[in-house]
Design a protein around this ligand. Sequence first.
Ligand SMILES: NC(=O)c1ccc[n+]([C@@H]2O[C@H](COP(=O)([O-])OP(=O)(O)OC[C@H]3O[C@@H](n4cnc5c(N)ncnc54)[C@H](O)[C@@H]3O)[C@@H](O)[C@H]2O)c1
Ligand SMILES: [Zn+2]
Length: 274
Amino acid sequence: MQPNHATQADSQADSQADSQADSQADSAVVAAWLTDATDVTVLTGAGISTESGIPDFRGPQGLWTRDPAAQRLSSLPDYVAEPQLRRRAWQSRQQHPAWSAEPNAGHQALVTLERSGRLRGLLTQNIDGLHQRAGSAPTTVIELHGTIWEVECLGCGDRQPMTTALARVDDGEDDPACLRCGGILKSATVSFGQPLDPDVIRAAERAARECDLFLAVGTSLTVFPAAALPRVAVGNGARLVIVNAEPTSYDGIANAVLREPIGGVLPRLVAGLR
Ligand SMILES: NC(=O)c1ccc[n+]([C@@H]2O[C@H](COP(=O)([O-])OP(=O)(O)OC[C@H]3O[C@@H](n4cnc5c(N)ncnc54)[C@H](O)[C@@H]3O)[C@@H](O)[C@H]2O)c1
Ligand SMILES: [Zn+2]
């Protein structure tokens, strides 16, 4: 099968109508691949949640695109060293859109894929919990970068619900400390400078190795080790399909690249699955 790039059609771009027609054709081909697949591994990124009202980091409306300084909130050394930054982080957590966001058609489509019996693993870089809220089985979802729904003590590792910590912030503690050891609390997400859980990486790599189709959705594929997973899958003979509004550095090794809004294209891809 020849690689199939909606993006090539786009760059030839005679007219928008033509490129849309090409990209529809590509999604029909991908839908057929999904029907034939037995083990599909999906990697999602922030792009699948933008239609739920949670901005991504690097897209055109991304948090870091609009405010590059906000990246420091995700730096572990800075968070540990600067009480002022922690106070800002707690304020930002209080206002996080995840608390009121609802899963969208993209999340729902992955539930359909799972119910068709083809989903080998749902690997997500997202911390918003929307896959589980949509109905994906908690055992299928592998949260590579942790979750914002819990806090973890950097001293003793104790975990508590985020709601409990935010209630303390509401009550006037601007940088609540661990109630067990007095250590620094942080959302249970993986910050820059913080290692990923080795068991989680192993499980993700295994799901990438053991699939026949790898679907990367809404991720710029720039954060490692998550960004290495498509290559692991391709190296083991899987087809690679990328669904992302902007180009990624993996488009060249993908069998298909669909540059369409995720909430529109994913439901089309799974519509025929039984
Ligand atoms: N929802 C969340 O949980 C959330 C939100 C922001 C950041 N993060 C974290 O930030 C890191 C960011 O890396 P990343 O690769 O996941 O995201 P990213 O911001 O680097 O890339 C997101 C990509 O999605 C594309 N995109 C956005 N909305 C789209 C849509 N509706 N349809 C098609 N494409 C769309 C953008 O063009 C962009 O290339 C991750 O580690 C993640 O943990 C998570
Ligand atoms: Zn502690």
